[in-house]
Ligand binder design. Structure first.
Ligand SMILES: [Zn+2]
Length: 226
């Protein structure tokens, strides 16, 4: 964590700028690949999501499904539903903590895409639901990651942060009015905020995420024995 003010990223951007094809061997690209690899192998959030996708029959692979690229503006990542590819914005991802959150956030979209038939482009409520879940469960709004947290009680703050982030994400990827985006978020907020799959809880830190991962593995074991 430890991020300075004014750095709260606008995530998303389903299509990165097609004009930018950085040399794969650029230092920025190599650094992005390194951070991504570490996220996939050491972040319990990412590990849980990868396993949940494997057990749902939608395994994701680092080589095939992750791509470090330069992106427009201050976008830090995106999920391309047509190819199930996760774009990591090598020009905007600042450090390992940031990479872990971006990977987790986009994996939640990939998980939603895998388990449900999501109409990403035709139904803004579907997008809103996945954005609420991604903001709620990825650590985007966890204590330590939000400088405004002292303005609210923690619980209230968390919900306010999730709502704001979901709104920003929708507005970053869809040409809809703020009113339309707010309406969509409000309509889905309660049910999607309370849908904590595959974590089973809101992981407010690595420790929580590790517990969630362990519970998920036990749950899986249980079901496989039934
Ligand atoms: Zn998102």
């Amino acid at each position: 964590m430890g991020e300075g003010p004014g750095e709260r990223e606008r995530e998303e951007g389903v299509s990165p700028s097609p004009s930018s094809f950085p040399s794969p061997s650029s230092p920025r690209h190599a650094r992005c690949e390194l951070l991504a690899g570490r996220a996939l192998h050491t972040s319990p959030y990412a590990e849980l999501l990868l396993e949940a996708m494997r057990t749902s029959g939608c395994a994701v692979y680092r080589d095939r499904h992750f791509s470090c690229e330069d992106c427009d503006g201050n976008v830090s990542g995106g999920f391309d539903a047509s190819t199930s590819q996760i774009v990591l914005c090598q020009n905007n991802i600042r450090n390992q903590g940031h990479m872990n959150r971006v990977v987790t956030h986009e994996l939640i979209h990939a998980f939603d895409h895998c388990r449900a038939h999501v109409n990403w482009f035709t139904d803004v409520k579907h997008l809103a639901c996945s954005e609420v879940r991604a903001a709620n469960l990825s650590g985007d709004c966890s204590l330590g990651n939000e400088l405004t947290r002292f303005n609210f009680g923690f619980k209230k703050h968390h919900q306010t942060c999730v709502r704001e982030r979901a709104l920003r994400s929708i507005l970053a990827v869809r040409k809809v009015s703020r009113e339309a985006a707010e309406k969509a978020v409000d309509e889905v907020f309660d049910s999607c905020f309370n849908d904590r799959e595959p974590f089973g809880r809101i992981p407010h830190g690595k420790k929580d995420a590790r517990f969630a991962y362990r519970d998920f593995q036990n749950r899986d074991r249980y079901y496989s024995n039934v």
